[in-house]
Design a protein around this ligand. Structure first.
Ligand code: Z5A
Length: 250
């Protein structure tokens, strides 16, 4: 693996549930392997032992009401550990970091979906991330109905396979592996059971999607909008083309 090729780049994948982030991050990792670009694959919430524990707290369905502010603080608490212990060290070592969701998810879910004030999110972003922002965000977009149908299909398939922890996010050859990825509480991005977000209604995801699209319109340099309705191969090619257009790969 060539880690001296250039600077570590921070790439994030975003979108509503079921758009194909997990599918595409695995493909992107294989693409980078082929180009001998050292990289780590990780996810949010999660990515380190502490952050994976917080993930379980955020996602686990429970009787007690989880106030929106608590949810917001938990995702930023996880992000703080993730940045300090996984993302920054990898970038500093010249490795790319591919992250399944990051702060655009917070703007979309806690801002758009829950209706929390964007200024509060921005304040926490500043506190936790200082100047760190993704170099590129791939926003995979599909209509809500299609995303939810795919997510339901994925859960059904996982249930059929007797899925426990699935390892939906892992690490490609030669990569630094997030210390918590295997040990974390439930690698359940592709798990069988419903989490607190799966239980949301379609109008929640419409607001989330609208918030994502507004962010893409506001930051076209950073956020590449990818049509997720196409086949996995075609979506993968569209993503590769974004990297080629930036001359990050040949
Ligand atoms: N959250 C938050 O609220 N605030 C935050 O700041 C952060 C997160 C960071 C974590 O979920 C939850 O945390 C998330 C928001 C919240 N909840 N929601 N919703 P996650 O990221 O772990 O899980 P997810 O978004 O629900 O992922 P997912 O349902 O696994 O979706 P996906 O990764 O985008 O899709 P996939 O697993 O790759 O594909 C789903 C199915 O579709 C599967 O059967 C595939 O084989 C199939 N598929 C994929 N691509 C295609 C194409 N192109 N055509 C046809 N079929 C396809």
């Amino acid at each position: 693996m060539n880690s001296a090729r250039g600077p570590g780049r921070f790439l994030t994948l975003e979108g509503i549930e079921g758009v194909g982030k997990t599918t595409q991050i695995e493909r992107l990792s294989r693409l980078l392997d082929r180009h001998e670009i050292a990289h780590a694959v990780t996810r949010e919430p999660g990515g380190t032992p502490l952050a994976e524990q917080i993930r379980a707290l955020v996602l686990c369905a429970r009787e007690e009401v989880v106030p929106d502010a608590a949810e917001l603080l938990l995702v930023f608490a996880a992000r703080s550990a993730h940045l300090k212990n996984l993302i920054e060290p990898n970038l500093a070592a010249g490795r790319w970091v591919l992250c399944d969701r990051f702060t655009d998810s917070t703007y979309a879910y806690q801002g758009g979906g829950r209706g929390l004030d964007e200024r509060v999110i921005r304040m926490l972003e500043q506190l936790v991330q200082e100047t760190r922002r993704p170099d590129l965000t791939l926003l995979i977009d599909v209509p809500v109905e299609l995303g939810l149908a795919r997510a339901a299909q994925r859960r059904a398939a996982a249930a059929g396979a007797g899925a426990g922890p699935s390892g939906a996010v892992g690490a490609g050859a030669g990569m630094a592996v997030g210390a918590g990825m295997a040990a974390g509480a439930g690698m359940s991005a592709a798990g069988a059971s419903e989490d607190r977000f799966d239980a949301q209604r379609a109008d929640f995801f419409e607001r989330v999607r609208a918030a994502y699209l507004a962010r893409a319109a506001a930051e076209p340099e950073r956020i590449a909008l990818i049509d997720g309705r196409a086949s996995p191969d075609e979506v993968g090619e569209a993503i590769a083309n974004v990297l080629r257009a930036k001359a990050w790969i040949s």
